[in-house]
Design a protein around this ligand. Structure first.
Ligand code: MN
Length: 245
């Protein structure tokens, strides 16, 4: 049905992934990690009308790719979707945090200047900082917090700020992921895989695996799987309308 955050260009055989998605009728938000990767990744999807390519600069490479922000600003008019962007506050990326913030601010300002975009956002160990930035510079954009791992208070703040969320089977395997998902309003949730990085049972996830989230949602929402799928379809239509408005 949908995979609202995956890295199409990073699969060993992206064309096979696209072919399968076309066959299944899967809607995909294909995120990129660097502006340079955007044109080629967009080209991959040229025969796939249900795939949208997002322009991104991943916080984990923000320091190395800071000089690609000019390119980001040039290409912003080519898409309604931006991602993967955000901040990573984990120890491993502490040294680049200041530059991540600089980069995130320029991206948010650029989106705002162009009337706002739908944003797929990474916020690992940085939920508060991400929301502080969105509060100041997020006008007009619709943030989707992908694989949210913040506290419940942070989650409630994000809900209050009209954020959306994308959750996937790798996240739902954990108790914390389930309790987070329980607090997300039903009408602000999309499903994703974060493939090919995310794994379940040692296997790298592909877009069709986003459906593994459905039985979890059925249990969490106490709804039959058919009703879960209907809700997710409604949400997808809604975000599609927001993106092109
Ligand atoms: Mn990702």
């Amino acid at each position: 049905m949908m995979d609202f955050h995956c890295h199409l260009d990073l699969f060993p055989d992206p064309n096979a992934i696209i072919e399968r998605a076309i066959e299944d009728g899967t809607y995909i938000l294909s995120v990129t990690t660097t502006p340079k990767a955007f044109p080629g990744t967009k080209r991959l999807a040229k025969s796939a009308p249900r795939v949208r390519t997002a322009l991104g600069l991943h916080p984990q490479v923000a320091a190395d790719r800071f000089d690609e922000l000019g390119l980001f600003e040039l290409m912003i008019t080519e898409t309604d979707y931006v991602g993967e962007i955000g901040l990573d506050g984990s120890k491993e990326f502490a040294a680049s945090f200041d530059i991540q913030v600089k980069s995130f601010r320029r991206i948010l300002d650029c989106c705002k200047e162009h009337g706002g975009k739908v944003l797929s956002i990474h916020s690992r160990s940085a939920a508060k900082a991400v929301m502080d930035e969105l509060e100041v510079r997020g006008d007009g954009s619709t943030p989707i917090l992908h694989w949210f791992t913040g506290t419940s208070a942070e989650l409630d703040r994000a809900v209050e700020m009209d954020c959306w969320f994308s959750v996937g089977p790798a996240m739902l395997k954990s108790k914390k992921g389930v309790s987070t998902t329980r607090r997300i309003p039903k009408n602000r949730l999309l499903i994703e895989t974060d493939g090919p990085f995310a794994k379940v049972m040692g296997r790298n996830l592909k877009p069709e695996d986003a459906n593994l989230a459905v039985p979890y949602l059925s249990e969490i929402w106490e709804m039959p799987t058919g009703a879960v799928i209907n809700q997710l379809r409604t949400n997808l239509q809604q975000i599609g309308k927001i993106a092109i408005r």
